[in-house]
Design a binder for this molecule. Structure first.
Ligand code: AMP
Ligand code: ZN
Length: 480
């Protein structure tokens, strides 16, 4: 099976065929850095990461571009509300750029902890104002804009394909749309390309432009920055499903109006939401969970990655600490299996097995894994193949380990680092029985007042990475 993706544009799963053979240009909408990323946002970035890893594994030279929104994103995606960055800076009594710097660093700490690889290009909106102005000028030259109240708007009625991605119908929209607060708009779905001082007198960051001193709308950032690095047409664009009806719809309108080519982007990939029991998680509504909250509750960031991989990216996920606990336990068992396999081989043997290539059962597991991944990134099915492989004692340990590492190049659970760095932790069935035996022997020794022998057993186990704890009920052991 060739690598296939569900394309929101057209609503069907399609074989991925890049514009240029062997290359893949990918843009994923990045964070607005006015606050920490919440764990719902991080689901989007784990999805992007898996997608990029798969493209690389399938041999494409990938250029992964991600923006950092540090200006222009209002609390409503529809040009309504306050500027998120300005509001956050005012509350923190800091400059917008200080706030942006702080949360950008926090964002990359989170993504690093989740083993999300850094995009090849990370671009800040504030550093690409010229590119945005150039694109807006082209849109204006094409006759798609009007000035009202000092702002420059995109006139959606001039763009016949408006709403194609979201399957919107303008006539229905006109009738059904709620009246926006922005009275300058001729149609409720028109949107701002460039704000001037007519709105947000307190906007800290402003630039000169042909339409006056002001700042760009949020949508234009993504159209201009993605095409700056990936060309006027490119392969894949991703984001959460919330972006289908407004943000991505507007990005397409701007880019296709400005560059005059269709389709601007060939494949649109959207992840479903992570929701709390109570409902939607949102930064602006406050009360959201961060990765740090999970860590403070005793979870490893990779437990959360494992939790996310357990669902298909297009299924809505309910978050609860119980469900995360389940993922944590499952990952711990998976690692135990891995340690047990690693304990029966060496890094050199595993490397040799990878070089030799896979045959038999291991090849079957890998093929099933690839089929699952190629079928629109089915990570739950892929994980099941990893489990099957590690449980299957008929696969030689070195081969099983090498195959697991290969799977993990896509899953990103840091299995290779874990397998050998914690080899001392390996407690397979035989060792566990030996420990119990030594504990019993030590109890006997103590009873017979042979304390030197009892201490010797404790020291011996410590040397092998096992700590004993004496309690009234008896002696227990744990890994050091
Ligand atoms: P933002 O920083 O608000 O622009 O959002 C960053 C990314 O997270 C976007 O791709 C959103 O579509 C996505 N996103 C926002 N909320 C959620 C959620 N609860 N679950 C999954 N993805 C989300
Ligand atoms: Zn975007």
């Amino acid at each position: 099976m060739a690598f296939s993706l569900y394309n929101t544009l057209g609503r069907k799963t399609e074989v991925f065929t890049p514009r240029m053979s062997g290359e893949a240009g990918f843009y994923g909408c990045g964070p607005t850095v006015y606050n920490y990323a919440h764990i719902g946002n991080l689901r989007a970035y784990v999805t992007h990461d898996v997608l990029v890893r798969v493209l690389r594994e399938r041999g494409y030279r990938v250029t992964h571009v991600m923006n950092i929104t540090d200006v222009g994103h209002l609390s409503g995606d529809n040009d309504e509300g306050e500027d998120k960055m300005v509001k956050s800076a005012e509350e923190a009594r800091k400059s917008v750029l200080e706030v942006a710097q702080f949360y950008t660093e926090a964002f990359f700490r989170d993504t690093e902890a989740l083993n999300i690889r850094r995009p090849d290009v990370v671009c800040k909106a504030t550093e690409h104002i010229d590119e945005m102005i150039t694109l807006i000028k082209r849109i204006e030259a094409g006759g798609y804009t009007y000035l009202a109240g000092g702002n420059l708007y995109f006139d959606v009625t001039k763009f016949p394909n408006y709403g194609e991605l979201a399957l919107l119908r303008l006539d229905e929209l006109e009738a059904g749309a709620r009246v926006g607060v922005d009275k300058n708009k001729r149609s409720p779905h028109d949107f701002v390309l460039w704000f001037t001082k007519s709105k947000f007198e307190n906007q800290a960051l402003v630039w000169d432009s042909p339409w006056g001193r002001g700042y760009p709308g949020w949508h234009i950032e993504c159209s201009a920055m993605s095409s700056t690095y990936l060309g006027e047409q490119f392969d894949i664009h991703a984001g959460g499903i919330d972006h289908i009806p407004i943000h991505h719809t507007n990005e397409i309108a701007q880019a296709e109006a400005g560059y005059g080519k269709r389709p601007w982007v060939r494949y649109w990939v959207h992840n479903e939401f992570l929701v709390l029991n109570k409902g939607k998680m949102s930064k602006s509504a406050g009360g959201f969970l961060t990765l740090q909250t999970l860590v403070e509750n005793g979870f490893d960031p990779l437990d959360y990655r494992y939790f996310l991989l357990g669902a298909h990216y297009r299924s809505q996920m309910q978050f609860s600490f119980d469900a995360l606990e389940g993922a944590k336990n499952a990952r711990a068992s998976l690692l135990d299996k891995l340690y047990a396999v690693a304990g029966r081989t060496t890094p050199e043997e595993a490397a040799a097995a990878e070089t030799a290539g896979f045959a038999g059962k291991a090849a079957d597991y890998l093929a099933a894994f690839d089929t699952a991944i190629d079928d629109d990134l089915s990570t739950p099915r892929a994980l099941a193949e990893l489990w099957g492989l590690l449980r299957d004692s008929s696969v030689a340990p070195a081969v099983a380990l090498a195959a697991a590492f290969r799977m993990d190049r896509i899953l990103g659970l840091r299995l290779e680092e874990a397998a050998f760095s914690r080899k001392a932790d390996v407690v397979d069935g035989a060792f566990a029985a030996e420990i119990e035996q030594l504990i019993a022997e030590r109890a006997e020794a103590k009873k017979a007042k042979q304390f030197a022998r009892a201490d010797e057993i404790r020291a011996h186990l410590k040397e092998r990475g096992i700590l004993l704890e004496d309690a009234k009920e008896g002696t227990t052991w744990k890994k050091a």
